[in-house]
Each structure stands twice: as structure tokens, then as C-alpha cells.
Design a protein around this ligand. Sequence first.
Ligand SMILES: Cc1cc2nc3c(=O)[nH]c(=O)nc-3n(C[C@H](O)[C@H](O)[C@H](O)COP(=O)(O)OP(=O)(O)OC[C@H]3O[C@@H](n4cnc5c(N)ncnc54)[C@H](O)[C@@H]3O)c2cc1C
Length: 461
Amino acid sequence: MRWDVVIIGAGMSGLAAGIRLAHFQKKVLILEQHAVWGGLNSFYKKGGHHFDVGLHAVTNWLRPGYKGPRVPLQRIYRQLRIQPEELALEPQTHSYVIFGDARLRFSNDLAELTSEVSRLFPKELDGFVHLSERCAEYPEAAADTTPISTRRMLSEYLSDPLLVDMLLCPLLYYGCASEHDLDWEQFVILFNSIYREGFCRPRRGVRQILDVLKDRYESLGGEMRRKSGVAELRVTDGRVGAVVLESGEVVEAEVVLSSAGRVETARLRSDHPVETGRPGELAFTETLWLLSQDPKTLGFDGCVTFFGTAPFSWARPDQPEDLSSGVICVPGNYAHQEPLDRHLLRVTHLADHRAWVGLSGPAYDEQKALWIERSLDTVARLGSDLRPYIQYTDSFTPRTVVKYTRHDHGAVYGSPDKVKTGRTDLSNLFLCGTDQGFVGIVGAMLSGINMANAHVLAGAS
Ligand SMILES: Cc1cc2nc3c(=O)[nH]c(=O)nc-3n(C[C@H](O)[C@H](O)[C@H](O)COP(=O)(O)OP(=O)(O)OC[C@H]3O[C@@H](n4cnc5c(N)ncnc54)[C@H](O)[C@@H]3O)c2cc1C
């Protein structure tokens, strides 16, 4: 059988692209190397417990009754024919950015952050208000423009380096593939996604979203094959002529859409292109603890707490983890209509992929145990020592991310060299997902939609 479209990867972008294409009666095949779908935001069972891989927060909360310019979640609902109730997203209560003694509280109401800036940084208030006005609209995306330094742009509005670092910290942690700075366009997207619209999550976690996407895709006739890694994209006459699976099976398609990553996709090509972009350098470790006590009673009342020290370093650390900053997420603190049935706290730190990817066996386990202890010390300084309350611990490193998603270096946000058009030099090979430039759950879904529309459905909207 010849497919209209083969999609590499059953993550958020691949699934969203698949739904969009299947909706227009395209014959679509999603090939996923892993046994489960979801990619970077998948799910697993360990020690008898069900966990999400990630999911601190779905960004871009859409208030019920919202009226205003079109925002990302509205576009996703409309393009994927999903009713808001299906994703069952519930808003955050509040979150924090904490740098030393400075603590900014924010919520899904930008006015709260504005008043916090006014309280802590009164001289910066006008600049912050002008900055948020400047960011009020999402940029027109999908052009491969030259990146503009956000730090330079911010210097036009803000003069206190502590405030700059504190405002940047959540945005970098939730969507920046490049070290030290981010592209201004990406800053505007993230500012709106995180500070203007805000955080939410489904009570059931990522399964809620993934089940809706997978069911919708399959009910429209889309086919998904798991444990079906793509080994080679056979290139002839400037196009992908055949997709070769690791099993040796060969499939043919008019169009191939890859969410595997820019560098990773290039590596699959039989013609070995020279121009592949740089692999990502920024990777994370994440540890999660099931606790016998509500984290709120231990001093962790925020949904997400971003913490750091000034000057804030956003770079691959020169040791296995950089404990000077991180993100603490407490899923149970969201405004869920029914409380969660367990107490979970998760912590993310920047990690040096080189220190983790090469380790295996007891050496790997020892390093993990050592850094979990150090992370616990760090977390204790922001609330209480969790040790007396820990019932179960799990942790993963860049090595885990490589193993389950094949992203080079376990870099969650992929290459710093994005391809916003999704185009490659081959006429029927396109990128979607992280390396097309949109990251996070909402970004990846939008990317899948946009790339399916632009390159297969001839500009459908
Ligand atoms: C720990 C963690 C926490 C996170 N928390 C959040 C959060 O709270 N909020 C948020 O918005 N985002 C979060 N993210 C980021 C978010 O998960 C990603 O940005 C998004 O899921 C990326 O989707 P994608 O489709 O672009 O890529 P991916 O999910 O990586 O999908 C690519 C898929 O391609 C498959 N693949 C790769 N190579 C091949 C091959 N050769 N053959 C077949 N299949 C292949 C992979 O297995 C993978 O399933 C988190 C990520 C991590 C790792």
C-alpha cells in the first residue's frame, strides 16, 4: 500500500498532524519506535505506580467564556475538532519564581504578576507594563527569520538584572533550546503562553490528552504502528522514495513528515546531507517523589515553582546537574475539582548530557542516587526536607530521554537551529514538532497542525 503521508513519531506533534490529515481523508501512517505513544510527554508504570514522563503544566490556559483575539488552544480545538471538555483542563492556583529572598507569585491573571513586579521592583513597573503591552499579540510565525536577542530587547524595558533573570527563568525552562538567550519571537510566544494565559493540567495527567488524540486519530482511519522505528529514508531524485523500517520492511509515501528532530531526521537520510543544524545541548534530569504528606503542608503551595540564583545560568552545566536552579511541580496543587488521590512532587534540573549518556549499570545508578540526595537538599531549602515523607522515588536523566525518544543528547527542546517553515531540501520531506520551532505540549500540537496544513493540505486553516 502506498500512503499519502508517513509521519515519523507518535508524540504530540505527530498525533496532531495525523488527526488533521486523516480528517481530510488522507491515508496516514504514524511510525513510532517506542512501544507507547506520547514521545517526550508519554507515560509509564513503575513499582506499581502510574506516572507521566513530564507534564508539569499545560501552557496557554483558555478561560471559559474567553473573548478576544484567537489564542493557541482555540486553534487546537477547532483544527482537531476537539471539545474543550474532552481535554478536561483545570487551571493552576498560583506559581512562583524564587531567587534567594525575592519571590514573585504569578497566576493565570497577568495583573497578579504586574502587581508583584510593582511590589518587589517598583522602579521597573512602567517598563514591565510596556513590555507586556509589546508582547500582547502572538507573532506571525512560520518564516525563517534571523533570531533577535531577547536579552538585548529586554534591556529597552527593564534595568534590574534580577528581574530580567526571574522573568526569563520560567520561559527558558519551558521552551528554550539555545544557551544563554532566546529568540525574541520565542520570548513573545512564551510570555503569552506562561504569563498572560497561564498553566492548567488535566486531573488524569497526560493520558487524558494522549487518549483523546490517539482515539481521534484512529477513529478517522489513521494507522499507528508502534515498535516500528524508521531506519532509513531512501533518497532518490531529490525526494524520499521509500521509508525503510528497522524490521527491513519498506513503505512508500507521497509525503514524509518527521518529528524525530532536525539532526536526527537528517541522519536517517541515505544521501547523508551536510547541512543538518546543531544538536541540542540543553538536557534535564527529573526526579519525582510520592509522599505520605501533602506538599502544601511542607511549604510547597505553588503549582510550579521556578527557582534560581542570580546571575542565572542557562547553559549545559560543567557537572552532571546544575542545582543552582530548577523547577518544582506539585500536580496536586492545581485547582482540580476533585483532589488527586496521591501526593506527588517532581523536580527538574539542567543536566550535562555528556555526564549521563555514557554511564550504565552500577555507575549510572550510583550517580543517580548521589544527585537525588543533593537535589533533596536543594528542595529542602525552599520548603521542608522531604526525606521523612518519601514513599517512592523515580528519576530520569538525559540517558533515559535518549533511550525512549532518540533525541540527540536527550535535549528536550531539540536543536537550537529551528526550521520554522518545516522545509528540508527534499521536496517531500518536512519537519514538525520541536525542531520546527514550537515546543511544549501546546506548541508541538500546533506545529503538527501547521505543518500538515502547509505542506499536505495546501494551506488549509
Ligand atoms: C521531563 C519532561 C517534562 C516536560 N514537561 C512539559 C510540560 O509540563 N509542559 C509542556 O508543555 N511540555 C513539557 N515537556 C515538553 C514536551 O513534552 C515536548 O515539547 C513535546 O511533547 C514535544 O513533542 P514532539 O511531538 O515535538 O516530539 P516528541 O514527543 O519527541 O515526539 C517524537 C517521537 O518520534 C519518535 N521517534 C524518534 N525517532 C524515531 C524513528 N527513527 N522512528 C520512529 N519514531 C521515532 C520518538 O520516539 C517520539 O515518540 C516536557 C518534556 C519532558 C521530557
